[in-house]
Design a protein. Sequence first.
Length: 221
Amino acid sequence: MAGRQPIRIIPAVLAETWEEFAARMRQAEAFADYVQIDMMDGAFVPSRSFPPEMLPRLQTRLSFEAHLMVNDPLDWFGRMRNPGLRKVIFHIESGADPLDAIAHITEAGIEAAVAFRPETPLADFAEIARQAGSLLFLTVDPGRYGSPFHPEVLEKVRDARRMFPDKEIAVDGGVSPENLGEIRRAGADAAAVGSRIFLKGDPAANYRLFTEAARRSATGG
């Protein structure tokens, strides 16, 4: 639960081609042990990633979660098995029956998490959220690196923390060293960071800036 330890920084790898994805995964292996892989179908969000059939080919020492920004998450899940996969995050706004998706994913021995777009009200899906292993709140419009942060989403994070005091809650998008403290105080346990780690400068150094900021926010510094 937030408040007991620094917010966890999860590098988010978003790439439209396999070559770009593989290069970012190699970069991440130098400084992380767990990442989020963003996968997109070009319909649920405008961008498109490499197809799910490619993921079984991935050889990496990293464990990872897959954030499925797709209309048919169970179809994608069925085609993307990999030994490093620990969690599948699908959107409540997708075409899937959410309880059926949670059941299928967990029956495969993988954690099922539910994601919410910035405009989606938590209260409408509270019982589904209760069944999920963890929750992800998008704090940007999904599908592109560098989208602006939506601070109003933190009110949903606060509501979720009150409703589910022991459930892992993460935010994704627009996270910076400057707003980590606010995100943590809202109740988030983890923050996925993409463009601020990978798109400018040295990714390892950028990741260290975030982890140091996370430690400072936990101690009031």
